[in-house]
Design a protein. Structure first.
Length: 224
């Protein structure tokens, strides 16, 4: 189901554009009007002029690379499904299942963005519904929990709140975009109350971010 409201500029549109997808392709994937997508992207480019250059660079990038490790993961996912009758998840009890679940989560993200390697796409096609809407919804929840855990780790190590723009660090930008999305959802009144409560408890100061007195922790505050 398409989201009824999107806060401009929408982080999902921006991420896809950054990966090299044109507005028309983004509109098809997200089932949004192309004029709406273009409006969001125009706002994003105004706030981040380098975004257009990243889009062009992604267009010129070579096709997704297939690795031996990736092929092994593909084979292991197929074997897991055949043996267990289900797909591996990031919340599995065994470390191997969690690793396969994370790999599969990335492939679903690539599929949604239109960047999935044909080799992986054809291999996973043997599993009916591996990328169905209901599966993606479960992935969204798993991804939210992963981002929360990653941000907790960053903050516990004394790191500042991640930026979603004006940084060349991919990991920081990924976490920054996620955190920016949480703030926008809260301001728009669309945030799940349970998730807002969890963020308040585990990441005090997340609403304000940099510049807040809790923006960077000192060694003494961490020790306390």
């Amino acid at each position: 189901m398409t989201r009824s409201r999107r806060t401009a500029p929408d982080a999902e549109f921006v991420l896809m554009y950054r990966k090299g997808l044109p507005a028309s392709k983004i509109a098809t994937i997200t089932r949004a009007a192309e004029t709406t997508v273009r409006y969001h992207l125009q706002l994003a480019v105004r706030s981040d002029p380098g975004l257009r250059d990243e889009h062009q660079a992604a267009l010129a990038a070579p096709a997704p690379r297939i690795t031996q490790a990736g092929l092994r993961n593909l084979a292991d996912v197929l074997a897991f499904h055949q043996t267990e009758g289900r797909l591996p998840t990031t919340g599995g009890k065994a470390a191997k299942e969690r690793a396969l679940g994370a790999w599969l989560l990335h492939r679903r993200q690539e599929s949604a963005a239109g960047t999935l390697s044909p080799t992986y796409r054809d291999g996973l096609a043997a599993i009916t519904g591996w990328d169905s809407p209901s599966t993606r919804k479960a992935d969204d929840e798993a991804r939210w929990q992963l981002r929360l855990k990653d941000l907790q780790t960053l903050r516990a190590a004394g790191g500042d709140w991640p930026r979603h723009a004006k940084t060349n660090d991919l990991q920081e930008r990924t976490l920054g975009m996620w955190l920016h999305g949480q703030r926008m959802s809260r301001r728009a009144g669309r945030m799940d109350p349970a998730k807002e409560k969890l963020l308040d408890e585990l990441l005090p100061g997340w609403r304000e971010g940099r510049g807040h007195r809790g923006g960077r922790r000192t060694a003494s505050s961490r020790a306390g």
